[in-house]
Each structure stands twice: as structure tokens, then as C-alpha cells.
Design a binder for this molecule. Structure first.
Ligand SMILES: Nc1ncnc2c1ncn2[C@@H]1O[C@H](COP(=O)(O)OP(=O)(O)OP(=O)(O)O)[C@@H](O)[C@H]1O
Ligand SMILES: Nc1ncnc2c1ncn2[C@@H]1O[C@H](COP(=O)(O)OP(=O)(O)OP(=O)(O)O)[C@@H](O)[C@H]1O
Ligand SMILES: [Mg+2]
Ligand SMILES: [Mg+2]
Lengths: 227, 227
């Protein structure tokens, strides 16, 4: 599914250049459950943006399901992303002044799914994350944890084969965290690929493989002994 | 310092009304270190916004250093806030397309502090949170954890008597979290009042008093046995 080969992501040039990713190679098969950990600024979100075809590499190659992503135009990329990948961003990225329901329906609207089906699937996804009583609230009318759960519902509503989640439990209390991780387990057991960036050990403990980064490099890639 | 009396915060009317705070009373003395915990949606951020005079109560009273906040106009409120309170928001609230340095200087500029002193104090605050090498980066050029640390620097730069922090470590790895909590300890030992909202037990463990909320009410208010 994911095949990152010698990828460099650089910002700026010369002495002031910052290497967010510095020669990273990584492959992830369908159905894997992988956690990515590492200090603040080590390149985790940058790697997720590359894996989600949201950002370009400075050097190296990236193949998503065998397709060379650099050979696709923006239109083809957004179709591939919309069909295959669910994103949970570190800063939620909900559309402001738009209800939780409309936010969750959005990815389905892009796929041309009719209103009746969209509405039914979006309500079901919001129920899964415990937000049935807040479906008409806009982002400013939701607490931090509720916004994060709405973002999770939006990522799951298209039933993506690949879920990329960046700190999905950062704003959640322990009960909501447990519920969410149980949901991820179910998704993975159904054969979908899950990649989770986290700095919380109890979140990483659910994954079958743990990757650690530092200064833009992968410094460790091990199977989770507890699994 | 903080004297909340029978405060209600309600959104909407009639059957659809939501009581974010439902008859909350709380007083905090100068120099206290208090943690506020509770499930997602239980009213923690709403309570912080009331304590920071950023939001109005539906019913009840709020006294900040003995002053009835409802008797002040917006101009007087922003002076009181600017002088006395440092805020760390759950969603960072950095000014976009503005460098970390300029973001941290902002509260000092509001107080009319000259550029030379502003610059020196802002650089020192950014150094305290480990961001000396990112002072010219704008929010989109910072990782999630770096943005959170810039927001912490901005809250501390005015040396406020009261620090209100909402999930200040949500996006931080364990080392950055430890460093930040050490900083809060130093601030509290210097006699400043610290109020931290968190769902992480190791963050709450640093406080001397722990308050728990549920459905807009305070259900527990105990001294931290470990302290
Ligand atoms: N503008 C609004 N309109 C309607 N309801 C609102 C509004 N703002 C907040 N709420 C509701 O008030 C309740 C309390 O919200 P608050 O943000 O204080 O929760 P919290 O304890 O900080 O939760 P979290 O841990 O998820 O950040 C929530 O149920 C939320 O949906
Ligand atoms: N547009 C940009 N310009 C310059 N530097 C950038 C830019 N975007 C990111 N960076 C830098 O790249 C590095 C990697 O950032 P990234 O967001 O991937 O970190 P992260 O591992 O996700 O950290 P966190 O745990 O804090 O979220 C950081 O040091 C950051 O400052
Ligand atoms: Mg990140
Ligand atoms: Mg909150």
C-alpha cells in the first residue's frame, strides 16, 4: 500500500535549510496497524502528509498502491485520496460555520453520493463517535474533544482502505480515547490499514508495529512485543 | 484571586438548551496550583473562559481580585486581562502569517512596551520553551508541538499573576511535557497562580488541588495527596 523510497523534504536553501525528512524509506502492507512516535518537530506530520499525497517530496519517490504519486496530476490525486484515504489531522481542520453533520457529509458529497445516503452514513459515523446529540453544532459550538471526534467521524465515513491519523486522541479524555482505539481495532480487524502518529504510549501499544523518528529520520522500526 | 459564585452558562433556550456550566461555585487564592479534569464536553474550557473574563455568564457572579467582572466595560476588561492573566488556549490561537517572535511580542505591544524590550523578552520566552531556532517561522511552518510551545511563550512573556492553561501538553511529547511542567512549577514557586485543564494524570499530579467536572458541575475538589 505505502512505499516511501529515500524521501527528502527540505524547507529553505543553503545554511538555513531545514530537513523535515532526511532520507526516509518505509513500506507498509495492506491490513497493517502502525504507530509512528518521536519528539516534537521530528518529521511525523510531514511524513503523514507525504503518505497522504498532500505534499510533494524534495527528492526520492513515493508509490501508493504501486502508483508513482509524482506522475499524477492534482485531479487524479484528489480522486485517489478521496477513494482510498481517511485523514485525521493534528489541528482537526473542520470547516468553520458548518455543522458537524455537514462537515462529515462533505467527503461523501465529493464522491457524488446522493443526499439521503450521505445523511444516513454521516449520522451513523457521528453516532459511532458519541456525537449524536451535537450533529447541528458548528465547530465553535463544540468542545475541543468533540471537534476531534467530529474529525474522526469525517475520516471514517468514506470507509477508506487506509486511515492516516495524526494525534487522534490529543484532546480526548481517557474514556473517549478507549472508545476511539476500540474503533480503530475494529477497522483494522476488517482488513483496513491504520497508521497512527502519537506520543501517548497507551495509543501506540495498540499497534502491531512501532516506528520511531528523530530529526527527520526513522531510527527504529520494530514489531510490538505485546501484540 | 478567582471567586466564581453560582455561575450558569447556557446555550440556546427551551428544550434544546445546553447547560455548559450548571451552578458552579469556586474560589482560588493567589499562589495556588489547581488542575481541572473531566470528560470531553463537561464544561472545563467554558469555565476557563469565564475565569479569564473572555465570556459572559448567563446567571451568577464572577469576581476577579475582588472586582465584579460584570460591572466592567470591554476596554477595562482587556486592560485587566492584559495585565493579570496569561492564556494558553486549547487550539493555540496563534496569529497566522506572523512569525513566532511577533506572536510572542504581541501581548507586550498591547501594553505599549517599546520594541527593544519587547524583542528581548520575547526571545527569552521562546528560548525558555526550546524554540530559539524557529523564531522567524510562521504557524504553518511549525509542527503541532512547536505551535503549542509558541503559545505557551506568549502566555508567559507578560509575567502574569494568573496563568490559565487549557490542555497545554496535548500536542507535546514526553520530554517537552516534562520541561513545560518544570516551568509551571517554577512560576508557581515564584508565587503566581496556575490553573491547568488537563486529561493527563501526570500533568494533574503536579498541581496541589484537583477539581473534577461532569455535565457542567464540579463533582470533586480535593487536595492532591502526593503534594
Ligand atoms: N456556542 C455553543 N453552543 C452550544 N453548545 C456549546 C457551545 N459551546 C460549547 N458548547 C457545549 O458546551 C459543553 C461544554 O463545552 P466545553 O468546551 O467547556 O467542554 P470541555 O470540558 O472543555 O471538553 P473537551 O475536553 O472536549 O475540551 C459541550 O457539550 C459543548 O458542546
Ligand atoms: N513550511 C515550513 N517551513 C520550514 N520548516 C518547516 C515547515 N513545516 C515544518 N517545518 C519544520 O519541519 C520539522 C518537522 O515538522 P513536523 O510537523 O513533521 O513535526 P512533528 O514530528 O509532527 O512534530 P509534533 O509532534 O510537534 O507535531 C519541524 O522542525 C518544523 O519546524
Ligand atoms: Mg505533528
Ligand atoms: Mg476543552
Amino acid at each position: 500500500v505505502i512505499d516511501v523510497r529515500n524521501v527528502i523534504k527540505r524547507y529553505g536553501v543553503g545554511d538555513a535549510a531545514i530537513f523535515a525528512l532526511n532520507d526516509v524509506s518505509l513500506s507498509i502492507e495492506q491490513g497493517e496497524y502502525v504507530a509512528i512516535m518521536g519528539p516534537s518537530g521530528s518529521g511525523k506530520s510531514t511524513l503523514m502528509n507525504i503518505m497522504g499525497a498532500l505534499d510533494n517530496v524534495t527528492a526520492g519517490e513515493y508509490f501508493l498502491d504501486g502508483i508513482d504519486v509524482s506522475s499524477l496530476g492534482e485531479n487524479e490525486l484528489s480522486i485517489v485520496r478521496g477513494r482510498k484515504i481517511g485523514f485525521i489531522f493534528q489541528s482537526f481542520n473542520l470547516v468553520p460555520r458548518t455543522s458537524a453533520l455537514a462537515n462529515v457529509e462533505l467527503p461523501l458529497a465529493y464522491q457524488g453520493i446522493k443526499l439521503k445516503e450521505r445523511r444516513m452514513r454521516a449520522l451513523k459515523a457521528l453516532d459511532l463517535v458519541g456525537l449524536s446529540d451535537r450533529v447541528n453544532h458548528e465547530p465553535t459550538e463544540l468542545s475541543g474533544g468533540q471537534q476531534q471526534r467530529a474529525a474522526v467521524a469525517r475520516a471514517l465515513v468514506t470507509r477508506p482502505a487506509l486511515l492516516l491519523a495524526d494525534e487522534p486522541t490529543g484532546a480526548l479524555d481517557s474514556k473517549s480515547t478507549e472508545d476511539l482505539l476500540d474503533l480503530f481495532d475494529q477497522i483494522n480487524e476488517a482488513g483496513r490499514t491504520v497508521v497512527v502518529i502519537t506520543h501517548e504510549n497507551d495509543v501506540a501499544a495498540r499497534a502491531k508495529r512501532i516506528i520511531r523518528m528523530r530529526d527527520g529520520k526513522i531510527i527504529e522500526d520494530v514489531l510490538n512485543a505485546k501484540k
